[in-house]
Write a protein that binds this ligand. Structure first.
Ligand code: NAD
Length: 249
């Protein structure tokens, strides 16, 4: 349960970000005593948290953080924000996530579980509506954009690492996230209003979109970390995730 400490050592990668910080606060709130953060910049200070400042795409930085934190559970929320361009996305989301997985799988690593923050955007091409999708839906042939293309690549690496070299993995795909600490969504909405870009609409006014409160997204990460390996439905599935295929209503 969320109120029960698990006696694990947690490393929240991207733990100075919007979602990452909520995950850190919830871990501390349920009494976890070993909580560390790895981030490229330190945005908050807390004497109960060990901060490791480094670049995810630098294998030495992440190895150092894993070793010093003695992490048993890694929650990977780090990603460049939208609007930064393909080279940065590839560097962090693809090369950084690969470096993290490899570091977790090192024989000397203490990490048992890796929870990855993916995105609902990984299954959306922008061409068709998606209703009632679940995790078995396939990736679109053409990703929505460079950001989502690299989120797909990272998610595939994470899921295909499940059960390899003693590591258990899973990915969570949030839709838009709102709540305290948001630095993207509300400022984006505000920018649209300020620029007078609100005088047109897409569709016939029946379109639906998902938004989730940041505390609930953070809670989902804690539940995933707690349950991974015991009740995770694909824990024993060894086929690459691309082979799962169902049609979506
Ligand atoms: P955020 O920008 O607030 O947090 C991301 C954190 O990652 C930042 O603290 C940043 O400094 C860190 N980071 C970036 N590059 C790094 C690097 N090279 N090395 C180490 N740390 C690095 O973003 P967020 O909104 O909290 O998003 C968290 C995750 O959730 C991301 O993976 C994002 O793709 C995913 N997501 C977010 C939303 C949303 O609406 N915010 C929706 C779906 C998925």
């Amino acid at each position: 349960s969320q109120d029960k400490a698990q006696n694990e050592s947690y490393l929240v990668v991207g733990g100075c970000g919007f979602l990452g910080r909520h995950i850190v606060e919830q871990l501390l709130g349920r009494g976890e005593s070993q909580v560390s953060v790895f981030d490229i910049v330190q945005r908050h200070f807390d004497s109960n948290v060990n901060f490791y400042i480094g670049d995810l795409s630098n294998p030495e930085d992440i190895q150092n953080a894993l070793q010093k934190s003695k992490a048993t559970v890694v929650i990977h929320t780090a990603s460049p924000a939208h609007g930064m361009g393909r080279p940065v996305y590839e560097k962090v989301n693809v090369h950084g996530t690969r470096a993290l997985i490899e570091a977790c799988q090192e024989p000397s690593s203490t990490v048992k579980k890796l929870v990855y923050t993916s995105s609902g955007g990984v299954i959306y091409s922008g061409q068709e509506n998606i209703c009632n999708a679940d995790e078995r839906i396939t990736y679109p042939e053409t990703p929505l954009d460079a950001y989502n293309e690299t989120k797909v690549a990272a998610e595939k690496m994470v899921l295909n690492a499940n059960g390899v070299d003693g590591l258990l993995t899973c990915a969570i795909r949030p839709a838009g996230i709102f709540g305290p600490g948001d630095r993207q969504m509300i400022s984006g909405f505000y920018g649209v209003v300020k620029n007078g870009q609100t005088k047109w609409q897409v569709g016939d006014n029946t379109n639906l979109g998902d938004f989730t409160y940041v505390g609930n997204v953070a809670h989902a990460h804690l539940l995933a970390a707690d349950k991974l390996g015991s009740t995770y439905p694909y824990a024993s599935l060894r086929d690459p995730i691309d082979s799962i295929d169902i049609s979506v209503g």
